[in-house]
Design a protein around this ligand. Sequence first.
Ligand code: SF4
Length: 353
Amino acid sequence: MFSPSVIFLELTDACDYSCRHCRASATLSPSPDTMGHEKFEWLARDIRRTFGTGMAVVITGGNFLMADSFESVIGACRHEGLRVAVSPPASRLLEPALNTLVSLGVSSLSLSLDGGRPATHDWLRNMKGSFTSTLRYIELAKDAGMRVQVNTVVHGGNVAELPLVLQVLREKGVDVWEVFFLIRTGRGTGVPQISMEEYLDTVLWLSEVGRPLVRTVEGPLYRAVKANRDAFRRMAGKTYRHLRETSAALGIEIGPSPGQVGTHPHGGTLFISHSGDVYPSGLARVRLGSVMEEDLGTVVSRSEMYLPPEVSSHLRGRCASCRFRYLCGGSRARALTETGDYFGEDPLCPVVL
Ligand code: SF4
């Protein structure tokens, strides 16, 4: 049976941020169908029964710190032997909660930084001062002994600033850089998308970053590029040159590193919403079932065709006949959002067959 690399648990769809690209279109009020803490605690046991101890769980939202259940759910996950990371916005609720999170056994925290300049980040997050808060919370989390991951959504308005983001991450000693390629869903339909050429140039440059550890989300071409760098470098365009030149001007050393990791094909994740709906990821909104009606193992075993590795056998369009289909396979979330076909080709892919 498919076993995810990580399971995202959305404790609430309420949030004190109102980001322009929010997949959940989160508002200040939680939806009335939000599961209670007993159901989330049952789910922690169900995850352990289905996938065993050691499964990685990311507690997310909305802003999960707005859910009354967060301490009991994290406690239940830890009790079941699950590894717990958290993904809050850079909210004022975070600072007073940091020590509680550490004492509950949370060892890893991710924050978003979506631009190298305050105005760029604050625009996407729709919150003045968010850039400054984010840098402060990165420092506080590092001081608290947590492993810190930074997430960056790449879009048409910030792709040129990625070397500036990288400079900040290196200065702050960030451990992992998770680079998301925009999926225009929820409130994100108005955010500018990058071009095919910018997609290729960005993953090519990311394949040379080396430090911090880079992972991509909805950027599966990264795996194909890492495995075939010389061939893809011959296709490099002006954005790649800009990213290289800007990195050099900032004094950032880059170069291939064997220590990097790529994404899992098609995500390799599961996402369980605040109301118990199960999806392949938070961005690929194909509802596989609900833990309000069935246990997780039943939902997953009935849904194998939507999940790795079986999804590779159902691809359509260019992805179906592409030599990189097992390394890359295209973004299922982008295919679904842009074409309505979960198994269709990735519309951002620059590869000509
Ligand atoms: S055609 Fe599909 S599988 Fe091939 S490189 Fe493009 S996105 Fe990846």
